[in-house]
Write a protein that binds this ligand. Sequence first.
Ligand SMILES: Cc1cc2nc3c(=O)[nH]c(=O)nc-3n(C[C@H](O)[C@H](O)[C@H](O)COP(=O)(O)OP(=O)(O)OC[C@H]3O[C@@H](n4cnc5c(N)ncnc54)[C@H](O)[C@@H]3O)c2cc1C
Length: 444
Amino acid sequence: MLRRRTLLTSAPAIAIGMGLIGRNALAAPAALTSETVLLPRKGNAARIVICGGGWGGLTAARYLREELPDADVIVLERNPIFWSCPMSNKWLIDVVDTGFLAHDMIAPAQKYGYTTVQCEITAIERDRKIVRTSQGNVDYDFLILAGGIRNAYDAWFGEDLEAAEYTRTHFPSAYIPSAESLALKNKVRNFTGGTIVMTLPPPPHRCPPSPYERACVMAWHYKTNNIPAKIIILDPKPQVAPIGAGYRAAFEELYPDIITHVPNAKVKEVDPYNKRIMTEAGDFDFDEAVLMPPHQASDMVFHAGLIGTDAEGKPTGWADMDPLFFHARQDDSVYVIGDSMGAVSPHFGHYPKSAHVANYIGKIVAGYIGQRVRGEEVAMRLPDNLCYMMVNGDPQEAISVEFTYEMGADNQVHQTQIDIDVRTPDLMKEDFVWIDGMFNDFLR
Ligand SMILES: Cc1cc2nc3c(=O)[nH]c(=O)nc-3n(C[C@H](O)[C@H](O)[C@H](O)COP(=O)(O)OP(=O)(O)OC[C@H]3O[C@@H](n4cnc5c(N)ncnc54)[C@H](O)[C@@H]3O)c2cc1C
């Protein structure tokens, strides 16, 4: 397990209470040290600490308070607001506004009765059941890791952090809630013409259909505004997937002069300074780029020492957890939910790394912990998945993909996938119904 005992006194007299939102408020201590205790316990109630207040984390917080009304539920999150990645491609071309994506995190914390602390999670000491944060240490009975993904720029640049940071800031991927989304929107808006390269991460990665959706909405913007843009999608996969037929039809019928999809384009080398990218399908120069590096589980899973290994003993980059009950194999007081999760089935590998699945697993794990705290038998549940992807701006049309899961006779989870490849305005409408239901579920 990685242990960090950094003395945090370099942040003088940080007012701990300032980072706290939700139902608790603390007096600020004189200074923050490596042993500062954030939120000392007041009674014997079970304490569940959730690392990451995104789709999975906030859902789990809400449902834990329902399962265990006396429990002390604490969400640790670095961002001051909830930013929805779903719908953020549509926001690039103003189908929705910023207020649609950005949500207050105080209101749901107050409504459902959990505590949210704005802080950076820096280390996890499982032997002491402590999470170390930029605001002090929090102890737990159960821990939920819901940190989403990390951008593994190291796969491209090794230890060259300067190249990684240059790439992140100049060619943002905008796949993690952060200021990168705004930077990308400005880029899309200010582009006057030329070649844009978009790298797709190798699977498994966050929201597999959404990079193609991003290419479509950008292409629609350039087509509508007569901007002479070419978008080259560098895809490490041999074909477009999921919803391959639907996307191929959109590329060919709506954006034949704009989008080029290049299969088997696994990235070999990136030279961000000279705007050049070398792949197994050839080398490409670009004027602009959306460079998505490989994805891995969020840093906190690495901090907790819970990354899995493959048959050859190499780190998988994803959590090593029980495929049905979602606790870490090494430590059943720690659960991993959302995009950080590792493989769950030899038949299809990972659950889709989607908001729909993160929300579903957040609810399931809240139920599992509730049952354990109440001393009941834990009843296994499986999720499903549903994603709508916009491909046309006028008329607004979408395609979609649906996944269902069931236990097979081999005692493994099996997946059924249904692609809806015909683009229609009705699927756009269904997307809005879907997200409204989701926001109502854990944010409002
Ligand atoms: C462009 C785009 C479009 C998408 N469209 C869809 C869609 O239509 N439908 C769908 O189902 N899914 C969609 N997704 C996928 C969806 O956004 C993710 O699958 C989902 O957010 C995963 O939830 P999560 O809780 O695992 O991670 P997140 O929602 O990313 O939450 C993780 C949280 O942890 C916090 N965190 C991480 N590390 C730390 C740390 N060290 N300290 C403090 N806080 C930390 C982060 O700030 C973040 O808020 C899309 C994604 C993108 C990028």
